[in-house]
Design a protein around this ligand. Structure first.
Ligand SMILES: Cc1ncc(COP(=O)(O)O)c(C=O)c1O
Length: 392
């Protein structure tokens, strides 16, 4: 059955052919526990993983490939970054476009160790951030943690400008690159990012169960998980050098090697080309929605579709919408069952942005496009939405 897959913000699908082939190859030919044996297979697998560290180092301009630890996803990486660097009474600034994988660790620490969490609105963020940190009567924040790109409306922050401010004020700068990595360039050095957390299975085209944390020189974290690393086995505490500090337990070798193929695929197409294709799809989709609203108005009715997206140069191909009179979950289910169109309804784990958009009670239906979507698929979705508006 042909599905029209517009849920790439949840996980990208399909993957490049090389990613599928890599998982198959690794399981059949390199299926050992990397770093746990001195045998030929173990060394080959560990060497292949090291090469993926090098690719990631280059892709995000990380100081040192050994400062990259692989994790299961960005949620784990964000927990490492947040819980591994904050202490009682520290002040953290964040924004209202954050995902629960940032908000929940922060608000858990607020309860547990009296962390002070300040949430600034994403609109006019830079102006408000400067006002806040230059206010001498307020406590100096230790950290700024920001979601690079919203998974609800695609809005993105200008990390270069924000990183410069953090650097001048000596504020640790942590970035959640879950939505942006693989879509727009992230240069840790140029953007003064201290810690970058990424997930492998979205725009980096890896598979689920992969992600990582990249730490610049001079930043140290406490580990929140301890266990076997295949190194320093006589030590009863966690080795302190990276990546072993954060890589307790067996690595997901098939996933990591497939992630390397995802990055090779991006490099072969180029980020600019990927972004330009997805921007084109987004523009055509918006054009179609505007036409549906115009059709409603021309036939004497009100515009029915409310859009939640943003149009900055680096904003992502992520559009949430509501059709007046239909709940977001009904719309998503109807699109799925009648048209094989895959979207995601609800709050997208981003409750504060939905509050700001005034959709916290209704949710919204999200369309998120990916490199493999085509213009024909966009036109099909527009046609389906037009029919639903007419019928409802
Ligand atoms: C902005 C953002 N941060 C973090 C995450 C969490 O990613 P994962 O579930 O891969 O850990 C997501 C997932 O949708 C996201 O959109």
């Amino acid at each position: 059955m042909k599905f029209f897959y517009f849920d790439n913000s949840a996980t990208s699908s399909p993957k490049p052919q090389t990613v599928y082939e890599s998982v198959d190859y690794t399981l059949k030919n390199l299926n050992t526990n990397p770093g746990r044996g001195g045998h030929q297979l173990g060394i080959s697998c560990a060497t292949a993983i090291y090469k993926v560290r090098k690719k990631i180092q280059k892709f995000f301009n990380v100081d040192n490939e050994l400062n990259i630890a692989f994790t299961n996803n960005s949620t784990t990486a964000l927990n490492f970054a947040i819980k591994g660097s904050l202490a009682s009474n520290d002040v953290v600034i964040t924004s209202n476009i954050e995902h629960n994988s940032v908000l929940r660790p922060l608000f858990t620490l607020k309860e547990e160790i009296n962390l002070e969490v300040e949430v600034l609105p994403y609109k006019d963020f830079i102006e408000n951030f400067i006002l806040r940190i230059e206010n001498p009567s307020l406590k100096k924040p230790k950290m700024l943690i920001l979601n690079h790109m919203s998974n609800v409306n695609g809005v993105s922050f200008d990390l270069e400008k924000i990183g410069l401010i953090c650097n001048r004020h000596k504020i640790m700068f942590i970035v959640d690159g879950s939505q942006s990595a693989g879509l727009i360039p992230i240069d840790m050095k140029a953007m003064n990012i201290d810690i970058l957390c990424f997930t492998g299975h979205k725009s980096l085209f890896g598979i689920q169960g992969t992600g990582g944390i990249c730490i610049q020189n001079g930043i140290s974290l406490k580990n929140i998980i301890s266990g076997g690393t295949g190194s320093h086995s006589t030590m009863l505490s966690q080795p302190q050098e990276m990546p072993d500090l954060l890589e307790a337990g067996t690595l997901n070798a098939p996933g990591i090697l497939a992630l390397g193929c995802g990055i090779d695929f991006i490099d072969s197409i180029g980020l600019a080309e990927i972004k330009s294709h997805e921007k084109f799809l987004k523009e055509e989709f918006i054009k179609g929605i505007k036409k549906i609203n115009e059709n409603s108005i021309n036939s004497g009715n009100e515009a029915r579709i409310i859009l939640y997206t943003s149009f900055g140069e680096n904003d992502g191909p992520i559009i949430s919408l509501n059709i007046k009179g239909i709940s977001s979950s009904d719309l998503s289910t109807y699109l799925d069952e009648e048209y094989n169109i895959i979207t995601r309804s609800g709050l997208h784990c981003a409750p504060l942005l939905h509050q700001e958009l005034k959709t916290d009670l209704t949710g919204a239906t999200r369309f998120s496009f990916g490199y493999f979507n085509t213009i024909d698929e966009i036109l099909y979705a527009i046609d389906a939405l037009q029919k639903i508006v007419i019928q409802s």
